[in-house]
Design a protein around this ligand. Structure first.
Ligand SMILES: [Zn+2]
Length: 466
């Protein structure tokens, strides 16, 4: 009897121990996927301190089951670990692995067996939508002449199932908007960014919620541009002035070495400030706020995408690309809006000093830097030629000038095109007119290599000579 009691006790203790040693497995989709198509990547996080010895995933729909993932790890029953990290497994779920799958609702069921004596099975089920209709994007048949560093507009018709559509140029993606007056069509203003090689093919694309993407080519001709390379000498006095103008309290770029502080501002801070400008792309209205060519103020001292080699004590200490035009001005002269627009930024912006950014609609924006004083505030509508403040040399500016630049969907482009009435008509407005989509454009427009000039008072023939 004593023996039986002892044996029973041992069994109870052993069973309790096994259960105490068993762990629940946490199963989580990360990121959450709600829609699948032909082969949609799904990532599942598996959390169990003992690890798991088996993972499987299947799609379920109308009582049918389709295995989409299976993995078995060798079990270590005696020396299991108690500190297994969270595992992430990625597999494809969709029609390719589940031939009977139809559009509509489905479930992804994931099962994991813990790698311990208890070998508990945990199951998680995720509701999904199946979309099998493919997206499609058909571009216009217009001729698209593009200046490297400049921009262009393409119209296209997305169809099938799509939730996102626009233009891709290398690593860059540009949004699209509904084409006014043509509800079935969309348009994208896109850049051919200055930092891309001259052999990239822009594509229109449409993507559905399942991540299935369609792309299409359109006719284009790129005009490659050579960007200038210039030496930018800096001495101790100038470094001191620049560094103290941007960071007078020594908190942004601290340290005893002026050159080191300057390099931090010129590199790290420049990148951060350019990102802040790019992030303004979402503060836009879905309509054209501008009216006619943008006004060109002042004399050009630096040009868009100039490469600057910073020379200090005879040595090149830094290289940066200048994304904009430096337009000469005099202290406290009014700084005027180049076109109608709404103020989306009106405060300090690091290297750009006191800075104003105007939104002109459809993610087209203009940037004005180094102002001595700002007289507008975010939300204000400003008229073309209207005053926004006065010129100065705040931020990273050696002397008084206005740093002027433009961006489309957060990518800075050569503003020269927008100073050119003819370019605007050919490359932008003609494609937005009702009935123009798909018609080949008869004219060519290459403007970014032309010298600056006022937007008014020039003849058509002179424009053709460039
Ligand atoms: Zn500048």
């Amino acid at each position: 009897m004593k023996f039986l009691l002892a044996a029973g006790l041992i069994v109870i203790v052993a069973v309790a121990a096994i259960f105490a040693l068993g762990e629940q497995t946490g199963l989580r989709m990360a990121p959450a996927v709600q829609t699948i198509g032909a082969a949609t990547p799904v990532t599942v996080e598996i959390a169990n301190p003992h690890g798991v010895r088996r993972v499987s995933a299947r799609l379920e729909q109308n009582g049918a089951q389709y295995p989409v993932y299976q993995e078995t790890a060798p079990a270590h029953r005696l020396f299991w670990s108690r500190h297994q990290p969270v595992r992430r497994i990625t597999f494809e779920a969709g029609k390719n692995k589940a031939p009977g799958l139809k559009e509509g609702k489905a479930q992804l069921v994931v099962e994991a067996v813990s790698n311990d004596l208890r070998a508990a099975t945990n199951t998680a089920a995720f509701d999904l939508n199946v979309i099998l209709t493919l997206p499609r994007a058909v571009p216009d048949e217009a001729q698209h002449y593009i200046n490297q560093g400049g921009m262009e507009l393409v119209t296209f018709t997305p169809s099938g199932s799509w939730s996102e559509a626009g233009v891709k140029v290398g690593k860059y993606t540009f949004r699209s908007f509904p084409l006014p007056g043509r509800p079935d069509q969309r348009f994208s203003m896109f850049a051919y960014p200055w930092d891309l090689a001259a052999d990239i093919t822009p594509l229109v694309y449409a993507r559905n919620q399942a991540g299935t993407e369609a792309t299409a080519h359109f006719w284009f001709k790129l005009f490659p541009k050579k960007f200038r390379v210039r030496d930018f000498p800096v001495d101790e006095a100038l470094l001191d002035k620049l560094v103290n103008s941007v960071d007078p309290t020594g908190t942004l770029a601290p340290g005893p070495d002026t050159l080191a502080r300057f390099l931090k501002i010129n590199g790290e801070m420049r990148r951060k400030n350019n990102q802040q400008l790019a992030d303004l792309r979402l503060k836009t209205e879905e309509k054209i706020l501008w009216n006619g060519p943008f006004i060109h103020y002042g004399k050009e001292e630096s040009m868009f995408a100039d490469v600057r080699n910073y020379i200090y004590k005879g040595k090149a200490v830094d290289q940066q690309v200048h994304l904009g035009f430096d337009l000469s001005d005099v202290q406290n002269a009014p700084v005027n809006a180049a076109n109608d627009g709404r103020v989306v930024w009106a405060s300090d912006l690091g290297i750009y000093g006191n800075c104003v950014v105007l939104d002109h609609g459809y993610a087209l924006q203009s940037i004005y830097g180094h102002l001595n004083r700002i007289d507008v505030k975010v939300g204000d509508m400003v008229k073309k030629g209207g005053p926004m403040g006065v010129a100065g040399s705040t931020g990273l500016a050696g002397g008084v000038h206005v740093h002027f630049s433009m961006q489309v969907d957060g990518v800075q482009v050569n503003p020269r095109e927008w100073w050119d009435e003819h370019w605007i008509k050919d490359r932008i407005l003609s494609k937005l007119e009702p009935g123009s989509a798909g018609k080949p454009s008869a004219t060519r427009a290459e403007s970014a290599a032309s010298p600056p000039r006022r937007a008014t008072g020039r003849s058509r023939s002179s424009r053709r000579q460039r």
